[in-house]
Design a protein around this ligand. Structure first.
Ligand SMILES: NC(=O)c1ccc[n+]([C@@H]2O[C@H](COP(=O)([O-])OP(=O)(O)OC[C@H]3O[C@@H](n4cnc5c(N)ncnc54)[C@H](OP(=O)(O)O)[C@@H]3O)[C@@H](O)[C@H]2O)c1
Length: 253
């Protein structure tokens, strides 16, 4: 049974590994014995992550790149493959929430948000899927959001991108699961990261959000480790095209 949840020795690519959820998940997979390549723009943050994560049983390496530029995605994928070989697990965590009001949202903000949050998860996956298909095994894990199914203030571009991520996840599952490549999404509730600094800076708002959950608190990063390892391991062989909300029951109410 233990092997069912093993990612030991797997080659993993985690985007957004320089901070927050991506950094936490990248470290969790290294701790579980995987070889992990983290991707993001900030080299100093990636370097500190590789040092921190490298003390664990697996291995850590990084690639610096801007995933909001569609023309760069293939080059970044090539750099990732050079580290440990072709990834067997891709975790698409990089994301932004511009929090622009409907009036302030410009075409440029809209385009960058949709490119990074929605387009890149597909185009990056497409770079890695052929070798997963050859091995008859692969995992793609996207990151959805409460805003995949709920409207929130100033969430026009972010909500559109995260709603799209859910349908992209189903479409990827439809296209690739017969070849052993499953695709699912994690839907985090509220977790303390750079992305949610403004939410947590408003104590009353953070409290209201915690009260909206069934469990009665907001998320802590370790809450995401088990669900991510499950969706990335043989334990989830027959699970594909699904969103697993890790939100303390926020969306159940
Ligand atoms: N925190 C939450 O409560 C929550 C809830 C639901 C969903 N999510 C989702 O979880 C994911 C991670 O968010 P987070 O909360 O961990 O936020 P975060 O701490 O701000 O991390 C975002 C990550 O994305 C990377 N990134 C941003 N723009 C990029 C670009 N153009 N190219 C490459 N990498 C880029 C950042 O690295 P660099 O700045 O170094 O490039 C960083 O590593 C996002 O998809 C977010 O929508 C978060």
């Amino acid at each position: 049974m233990n092997d069912a949840f093993s990612v030991n020795g797997r080659i993993v690519c985690v985007t957004g590994a320089s901070s927050g959820i991506g950094r936490f998940l990248a470290s969790a997979f290294v701790q579980a014995g995987a070889r992990v390549v983290g991707v993001a723009r900030r080299k100093d943050q990636l370097d500190s992550w590789t040092v921190e994560a490298g003390r664990s049983s697996g291995q850590a390496a990084s690639v610096v790149g801007d995933l909001s530029v569609p023309d760069s995605v293939e080059d970044i994928a090539s750099d990732v493959k050079e580290k440990f070989g072709d990834p067997e697990i891709l975790i698409n965590t990089a994301g932004v929430n511009p929090r622009a009001s409907a009036d302030d949202l410009t075409p440029e903000i809209w385009r960058r948000t949709l490119d990074l949050n929605l387009s890149t998860p597909f185009f990056l996956a497409r770079c890695f899927v052929p070798s997963m298909q050859e091995k008859k095994w692969g995992r793609i894990l996207n990151i959805a959001s409460l805003q995949s199914c709920r409207a929130m203030a100033n969430g026009m571009a972010y909500g559109a991108s995260k709603g799209g991520v859910v349908q992209l996840t189903r479409a990827m599952a439809e296209a690739w699961s017969r070849d052993g490549v499953t695709c699912n999404a994690l839907g985090p509730g509220f977790f303390p990261t750079e992305l949610t600094e403004k939410v947590y800076a408003d104590g009353a708002l953070a409290k209201r959000l915690a009260e909206q959950t069934c469990i009665g608190r907001n998320g802590e990063l370790p809450d995401l480790a088990g669900p991510a390892i499950f969706l990335a391991s043989p334990a989830s062989d027959y699970v594909t095209g699904q969103v697993l909300y890790v939100d303390g029951g926020f969306t159940a109410k």
